[in-house]
Design a binder for this molecule. Structure first.
Ligand code: FES
Length: 462
């Protein structure tokens, strides 16, 4: 709770200054805080684990992590998806040691206890002899079960069986998430298994950036305008491309730490159509520049599924980058190509804590099931080149996090603060259709500050 103190007497509440919007640098690396985060954050919130198209068949499973806990995500004989703690209730062996596979019996290799995909105990070898006199009833010998919710095929789970629903946890962000994850009847599908790699960094360095940090794009990813998709030859005045117009739009944040950067498309619409976007309808704009993975022929399906406000959002300032608390990031981005066309990329990341000094970066690449194969191939290539383990953008991002984690341990560094003081002075623009806290203009720090506020709320909750 609010009085929880670290071993040196520091209260968790004192790590954050709500008036000045600062967080002690110590929060980025402290091992004591890490242990508490696993219980108070990853033990309580909904955690993104994967997509149902990773386990399309009955008996399919994948193994994932909910914070520091290993879990099995499995589809049973009825097609339902279950999430169970991957720890044998006999002597704590990891029950399923494969990353993925297909089985209706998850058997522990140590002494052979066996479990169904839903975690129920099936039995043990030479059961009569081995279990004779066993004190725990068999129906209580199953794997510990998490509560599961599917949203647009995304698999989420939580240990809070009676806590808020996933929809309540999304809150106002759901209106925007729907425009990404519920666009077609066929739904999204993964384009292969997720990429995974380890980085020597605290999970929060990646996740507070995922809460829609836009400003770093101008500097850390400046190659985007120098030699990348936004590059152009210097004009008569010697000016090349400028990334700063891409920093404009709306940013949305919620009380649960979810964040979205809704980047303005008007300049791209002008380039593609030669027309003033204000004189085009939402349908005309969506047809000229469909969302990532959508073709002009698929636009009528969007009209069936979304209201006027969401269509306006998708054609004007769609959510392109953002995060779901605590450790998920989405990127549904529009990438200019050398031939003047724009190809979208759809990716989700999760940053899995692996100790106070390490995280596992997982990257899923998506398209709609109905996206034409040729476009899927282009999207896959774009996503791998930009957003994957060898992606130009993510290599840069993941170079900063280890440095932050390392220097945050310094005796003096621990005493200084992270600053989230760039603040929107304008709320939602006129005609903005969506809910939530909204800022209009050049990217600011409000989304990331909301992330830390919810971190603090959970870390100090009763
Ligand atoms: Fe799993 Fe003994 S630890 S059967």
């Amino acid at each position: 709770n609010a009085e929880t103190r670290l071993r040196d007497g520091t209260r968790i509440s004192d790590l954050i200054n709500h008036e000045t919007r600062e967080v002690k640098v110590r929060a980025l690396s402290d091992p004591e805080l890490y242990e508490l985060e696993m219980e108070r954050i990853f033990g309580k919130t909904w955690i993104f684990l994967g997509h149902e198209t990773e386990i399309p068949n009955k008996g399919d499973f994948i193994t994932r992590d909910m914070g520091s806990d290993a879990v099995i995500v499995a589809r049973d004989r009825d097609g339902d998806i279950h999430v169970s703690l991957n720890v044998c209730p006999h002597r704590a062996m990891k029950v399923q040691t494969h990353d993925a596979g297909n089985t209706n019996v998850h058997m522990c290799i140590y002494h052979g206890w066996a479990f169904k995909p839903n975690g129920d105990f099936i039995g043990a070898p030479v059961e009569k002899e081995c279990m004779h006199g066993h004190m725990t009833p068999k129906d209580q010998l199953g794997l510990k079960k998490a509560r599961v919710a599917l949203y647009g095929g995304l698999i989420f789970a939580t240990w809070r069986i009676d806590g808020p629903s996933l929809e309540e946890f999304f809150g106002d962000a759901k209106y925007y998430f729907d425009t990404l994850f519920l666009r077609t009847k066929g739904g999204l599908e993964v384009l292969g298994p997720p990429q995974r790699f380890r980085i020597n960094a605290n999970w929060k360095t990646a996740c507070e950036q995922s809460a829609a940090d836009g400003f770093h794009t101008l500097t850390l990813h400046r190659w985007l305008a120098e030699v990348g998709p936004y590059a152009k030859k210097p004009d008569a005045e010697g000016k090349g491309a400028d990334l700063s117009p891409e920093m404009y739009g709306c940013e949305v944040w919620t009380d649960q730490g979810h964040a979205l950067r809704c980047i303005d498309l008007d300049r791209k619409i002008v380039r593609l159509t030669g027309k003033n976007p204000a004189e085009l309808t939402a349908v005309e704009k969506l047809t000229a520049l469909p969302p990532p993975g959508i073709t002009p022929a698929m636009v009528p399906e969007l009209l069936e599924r979304f209201d006027d406000g969401q269509l306006q959002l998708m054609s004007w300032r769609p959510p392109q980058v953002g995060g779901f608390f605590p450790n998920g990031l989405f990127e549904f981005i529009y990438l200019p190509q050398p031939d003047g066309t724009i190809v979208g990329a759809c990716a989700l990341h999760a940053y899995i804590p692996k100790g106070p000094n390490q995280l596992e970066f997982m990257n899923w690449i998506f398209a709609e099931k109905d996206t034409p194969p040729e476009l899927k191939a282009r999207m896959l290539r774009q996503s791998v080149q930009m957003l994957g383990t060898s992606g130009m953008v993510e290599m840069e991002d993941s170079d900063t996090w280890p440095h932050q984690t390392e220097v945050a341990k310094g005796a003096m560094a621990k005493t200084i603060t992270l600053k989230y003081q760039a603040k929107f002075d304008k709320g939602a623009p006129e005609g903005w259709p969506g809910p939530g806290h909204v800022g209009d203009g050049f990217t600011k720090d409000d989304t990331q500050w909301a992330w830390w506020k919810y971190w603090h709320e959970l870390m100090t909750a009763e």
